[in-house]
Structure formats: C-alpha cells, structure tokens
Ligand binder design. Sequence first.
Ligand code: ADP
Ligand code: MG
Length: 694
Amino acid sequence: MSSQLVSLVTPAHVPLDLDLPLQRITGIGPRQAQKLEKLGLSTVRDLLFHLPRRYEDTRETVPLRALQPGIVQTAHVRVRNVSSRRSPYKKMVLVEATLEDDGAVATAVWFNQPFLARQLQPGMELMVSGKVEMSRTGMTFRSPVFERTGRDQHHVGTLAPIYPETQGITSRFLRTRIEPLLGLATQVPDRLPPSIREAEGLMPIAEALYQVHVPDDLATAARARERIAFEELFLLQVAAERARRRRMSEPGVIVGYDIELARRFVATLPFKLTDGQRVAGHEILTDLAAPGPMNRLLQGDVGSGKTVVAALAALMTHHAGFQTAVMAPTEILARQHHATLDKLLTQHGLPPRLLVGSTSAAARREILAGLAGGHDSLIVGTHALIEDDVAMINLGLVVVDEQHRFGVAQRRRLRQTSGAMPNYLAMTATPIPRSLSNTLYGDVDLSELREMPPGRHPVETRVIPPEARDSAYEFVRAEVRKGRQAFVICPLIEESDKLGARSATAEFERLSTTVFPDLRVELLHGRMPAREKTERMERFVRGDADVLVATSVVEVGVDVPNATTMVIEGAERFGLAQLHQFRGRVGRDQHQSYCLLFEGGIDEEGSQRLAAVAATDSGFELAERDLQLRGPGQLVGLRQHGLPEMLAADLLDVALGRRTKQAALAWLDSDPDLSAWKPLSDAMNGYRAVFDID
Ligand code: ADP
Ligand code: MG
C-alpha cells in the first residue's frame, strides 16, 4: 500500500524528503507553516509523527428514514436543493439544504456560513454527519460536517483522525496534508531491529505511521500507536542501559569498605542512625568498593539526614586516599554543608574547605594549591568547583546536592585529569516518583530515606483563606513571643500587577510597617548580591531577626532549627514539590512547627493541590500525587532534561516499560556496541545530553 502512495505523492518538481520544511509542501503556505510551527511541526518528518489524539468514527451510516432525533448520525445523501436566508431574530445567515436518499428526505441547516450556499449544488452526493433534531420540516441535521463522496473519502463516513490542533490548523486541514505524505513513511528509518519487531509482533514503522493516520480499524490504530510507543521506550532503555554498561566497564575509583572506620564514625554521632540511613550508607559503601564507578541517587525528604550519609562516604573515600567534592546549587547551601561537614568530619581528620563565587582570590589560590597538591581531601562549593583551573589530583567521590541530573558534560569536567572515574552521588529532596524512575532513570541506582529521624513532629499544615489572614498573623506573633522565628515566602521579587503576586519587597514593607511593627523583620531575595544575602541569612540564623520575608531562595537546604512557622503567600502558584521543600525549612527541631498556605486566587485545581500538600507530609507521596494531578507529560518535561519528547509512550505504563527493558537488555547482550542495526545506533544521538554513552 505504501509503495503505491509514493508514486501518488511525489510530484516531479519537488524532491520530497523527510527533512523538507513544511512551507515547501504544496498546500502549505508561509502563514500556515508558521502556525504549524506552534505545534512544533517544521518538517515533513514532524508532520508524519504528529499523532492523532483519537479518531472520529462516522463509518456507520443510517438511511434517512431511520434517523432518530437527539443523537449524532451519518448518512449518505444527495442534495436536492439549497437555499440561504437571513434569520429574522438574530440577523444570522441560515443555509438550508434538502437532502434525500432512496427512501426519504431530511434537512440540514448551517448558521453563519453563507459560503456553503455556493459549495453545495443540487445533485451532489454527500456524506453528512451531525446531531439530528426534529423540526417543523422534519428530521434536521444541525450544522453537520459533510464531504462529497468519491474515491478518497477523508473526513466523513470514515475513521477520521483528530489531531492536536491550534488556531487556524484544524484536523481537517492536517488530514489532507498528512495523508499525501504518508508514502514517505517508507523513508523513515526503522529504529526497532527486525528481530525484536518479529519477536514482539510489532509492525514496521512505515506501516505503523500509515495505520496511525489512516487506520483500517480502531484495533489496528491502537496497535500502530503501541508500536511507536514501544520504540520510544525501547530507545530510552537502550540508552540508559548502555550508559550503565559503559560506566561499569570503565575503571572506577575503588574505595575499600572499612567496617571499623564506619563504626568509629557512627559512634561519634550525637544520635543513632535511622534504618534508612544504615541501608543507604551500606549501599553506597558497597558501590564505592566495587570496581565500576558508582552512579547513585539518594532521595530523602528535607531533614531525613542525607548529609550524614554523604559524610560517611566522604570519610571512607578519604581513608582510601582519595578526594571528595561536594557541590551545592547555591552559596548559602554550600556554606551550610561546609558547616555541617566540619562538625561531622574535622574530628576524624578530614576538615572540609569551601570554594564559592565570593571566595577571595588569595583564599582561592591557596585552596586550588591544596587540591592540586592533594593536601586537601574534602572540598565543598558551588559551580565554582567546575571552573577550568580547579584540578583535583585524585578525585574519588563527587556529591551533588539538589540537582537531579547533573549534565553529562559538567560531570566530565569534574573528572580528574588522569586515572579512574570518580564515584558519583546525587542527593535530592524532591524524589522522582517510583513509577517514573525505572524508565527515566534507568542508568541510576536509587537509595531512599523514607523515615525521618525520631523525635520530629510532623509539620502541621493549613490552607489559609483570605478572610483568615489576620488571625494567621496573630498566630505568627504568638510563636515569636514564645521565642520562635518565622519565614514568609513570596512568589516574586517586585510587585507585578499582571500576576497579582505579592512581591517579597512590597510584602516586606507591609509586614514591617503595618502588620508586625513590633517585630524584627528581615528581607532576602535572589537579586541581592551574594554577600548581602549571606549576611542577612546569617542574621536570621543567629536569631537577630524574627521574621524573614524571602523569595524562593530559601527553597533548598536552609537550616534554622528555631524557625517554626512557614507562611507561603500565593501558595497555589508554587508546585507541590516546591511547597513541600518550603515546608521542610521548619520542623527541624523539637518544637512543633506550622506551615500556613495563604491562598491567593481561587481556582479549583490550585486548591486541590494545596489540599494535597496539607494532607501528607511525605515527599514521596506528594511526588506521586503531583504526577496524578499534572500528568507525566508536564511533570517530566523531557525536553528540559534534554531528552526527546515521547509522542506515543506513557512513561507510567509499567507493563510496556518492563517489556521494552527486557528487549533492550537482550539486544545489548548480543550487540553491545550497537553495530548490528544502524538506525538504532543513530538514534542514540538524541540521548547523549543525558546519558553518558560515548
Ligand atoms: P537533609 O540533608 O536530608 O535535609 P540533613 O542531613 O541536613 O537533612 O539532616 C537534618 C538534621 O537532622 C541535621 O541537623 C542532622 O544532624 C540531623 N540528623 C540526621 N540524622 C539524624 C538521626 N538519625 N537522628 C537524629 N538527628 C539526625
Ligand atoms: Mg540537605
């Protein structure tokens, strides 16, 4: 069928190929090309992969005499006559057609589409489809869709694809542009190796593309879509598994597991490790001792105690003669890690050094010398750590806090100049839902801290409607009177009428002069110079301020145990994970803590999300809930990760995830360097930004 189409669509003068820009296609003008661009469609290939959302099935026709009022029906008719007139009340143009088939007559009526009077001619044969109503003149189709019957029926009386549309680009338009191009589907390289296709009972890609746009029947359309989904997940799994095998085949820094050292470290802690910390610590130390370099993600809510686990790994690494670099996304966080690690590790002969943007030139020089000379074994810092002149002579462990996916390129820069590959530990308080981790993080091993250290009261979370604001402020004042402190988080820095968000600066003015003139209020936002931010933060940490008004700069990691109230302005404007992060800033001590979610606007979805945050204190549960509320497409933001978008696959499809993974593993066992099927190895280009595969 496809070869027949090729001859049909290849006009002699335009060399059609998959990369051809759409405005070069007959029937697509520059304006339409621009609109198609909005749908992310710029080439013939894009158009072929613009998959229908669903199908409209109007294949079943009804004789006119059998029409029933109240439902959508399709009929094969002849036009008897057409008239147009102005409707008396609403000044609308009505086009009416009398339709007949062999047994009966019916009417069709359209509103404000005067041009239809010219399109419809007596004697024309049509398929009409639409809702039928009983009127004065008998059975009447109201604003039906119709199409002349002929050899190639596209829209009515068929199984017609409904596409994602945009202003000026209808499914009808897309159908007529896509179908003539389908012959080109034979040029799409089939990235699924034939043996896998056969074993899995999947059709070739050309056939799948044909069937997804012009299906024989709905079951075939579903199989076509599944075939495309299979390919998408399969490629992801191959990339992830390849990255894993590649990594494991590379010599990693081997750090022996010294049980005695681990015991000594644990014995000096002022608390008992949680079971989760023990298990995670064991997993990490086991990885460190294995020949391949570690690639592990430690997930745990704010306050679950990830730092201690990382400290143990750093100590073991040092003991084996290697350096550790700890990277944080902000200077505030880097300073905090530095302080924590200082408390935990200096007594074990491993004092941490700090390298951040504001480190003075002299200090920096000294630190670089210490790292290059190997005297310093533990460095904590920001992105300042991956500047060109920072060289570690024997880096054994990289710990990255709060960056889910540290880019492959960045990671390579942290690699020491010679020798084995350092071990890699990422830490995050915004867990990946387990349902996603399999496919999306296939190259990463996960450790989880699901329980909190004992003695913590869960943070009490309340949604505060506008009318309860004043009493909420009174509550904050009462906490401060007890000697506690409070955060007030605002969505933006400056007042913006458009967004109606309370800005930190304006809110600071208001709170310090009107609401809390009796309290010490401090302001912190991301546009302040780093030095100033640090100073103000430190004032708050010391207890020299009662209320800290801030933007999301306090989102990650800030530790002020005496703060017990977290007020979030315009809370519905933040994501679930972010709200949970904010909440994690309090409840870090024995005091009962509170999170007050101030509702800004009223919208159904927003209040559902706030209710979800109030209902659970587990970040793991919230991540799953967020996924349910927003859907995987949005949450994952594959493009943001640097991965190709999924067109057909559902990342949460566990069964297909398993099937594709098995196929990927089996394929790599027999063809480890992907030399046996070129379209597959070519496809890996799309995954290089995320998976370390070459
Ligand atoms: P995270 O980085 O996971 O948010 P931290 O590592 O900063 O958490 O730990 C939060 C606080 O909990 C720190 O003050 C730390 O000393 C303390 N802590 C860690 N583990 C335990 C434990 N097992 N028992 C009691 N307190 C702990
Ligand atoms: Mg932390």
